[in-house]
Design a protein around this ligand. Sequence first.
Ligand SMILES: [Zn+2]
Length: 469
Amino acid sequence: MPAKAGEPLMPCHPARARELLAGGRAVVARRAPFTIRLRQRTRAESTVEGVQLRIDPGSKATGIAITEEQHRNGPKGRSAIARRGLITIELRHRGQKIHSGMMRRAAYRRRRRSANLRYRAPRHDNRPRPHGWLPPSLRHRIDSTMAVVVRLCRYAPVLEIHVEHVAFDTSAFTEVMPSGAQGGESTHGASEIREFLLAKWERSCAYCDATGVPLNIDHVRARSRGGSDRVSNLVLACVPCNQAKGTTSVHAFLADRPARLERVIAQLRRPLQDVAATNATRLQLVTALAAQGVPVHTWSGGRTHWNRVAMGLPKSHTLDALVTGFFDHERGDSLVRIPAQVLVVGSTGRGSYARTTPDRFGFPRLRRPRRKIQHGYATGDLVSAVVPKGKWAGRWVGRIAVRTGGQHRITTLTSRFDVSHRNVRLLQRADGYTYGFAHEIRLSGRRGPAYSGPTLKGGDPGNVRTPDA
Ligand SMILES: [Zn+2]
């Protein structure tokens, strides 16, 4: 956490931060991620070993972890690496929202065009896209990840960045499986399809979840019954399941396991776009990270998966980020600390340029206020509110949504209520993100409390929890 002159020091334990703050030796520099600035000590007077930044880019959420590594004696008397997770962040993207917003805008424009300019000759789509162009929904994944990375590099002494590179090359295969994918001659496209299916079915049998056994490519609808070679007709199955199913239909084969059938069908329909988009953005993310001036190491998704399974960890974005990079399991390298709480960063954007809120046909429904700031606050600001009486009496920390009348709306993880602007105090200006905390999946069995929308943990009234460092 930054020293006197703003240079980053090693992250400290929340208890230590509370002690420093209570003793007046530090001030809060930023609420989320919680950052303090020491008043007296400079970097020259501190020990700074440096930390690693680890990133697991995903299509809906990106896991980010800050770790430190120490050498210690392994089981065979050799030196092994003990990796400690210091901070984990789950960055939730809003690609789908951006996509639907763009589609809505296109529909409005199309309507205006056909309503007013029906006789104009169609314009050729002759605008070349610049090199490296990505659709806004994907560009946003890189931009928001970089926004968090740049901040973390400013607040923590990041020495190196480890990032998951491509999992497999989707451009090498079309949607139709080349002949020979099952056996015989192995083509590049076939091996990419195999890798794709391994990722899609998480390296396990689709019918019995068996892992670590030989997996065959199984046609859900058998070829003899007219099933195609498209990847949407392919699953991975262990040899016993593959033989037991034979040419029967998946509905007959799983008739006594309806929950499994539903899951297999749902997973089958999962489109390729998710994966293709992730690969395209990952490559650009690595380029952007390289411009940070910190050495960037890239690793395959397969290695991350292998690391995670070798340590017996379940799948979560933050756990994947923690195990990204090199682990010598033989030597005794291990992950010795997993932060119990995950900082959940949700992308909300910075509001809209639109002057009206349209109804579902695109006609103006209501006018938006011209100013973003109402009674000193803008939508998205992180505030502390004191409710004097009533159902919501107490002190709360949450995200504000402003109203022109001054009765602003506060949203916390557990509640949503209106409060006068007079009872609100600003903690941090809106920066296009919301912050909340969730438990790490391994430690609680499941994620919780459920993160619902743009909130910051409010805690019990009168007992507001400070975001941990
Ligand atoms: Zn099986």
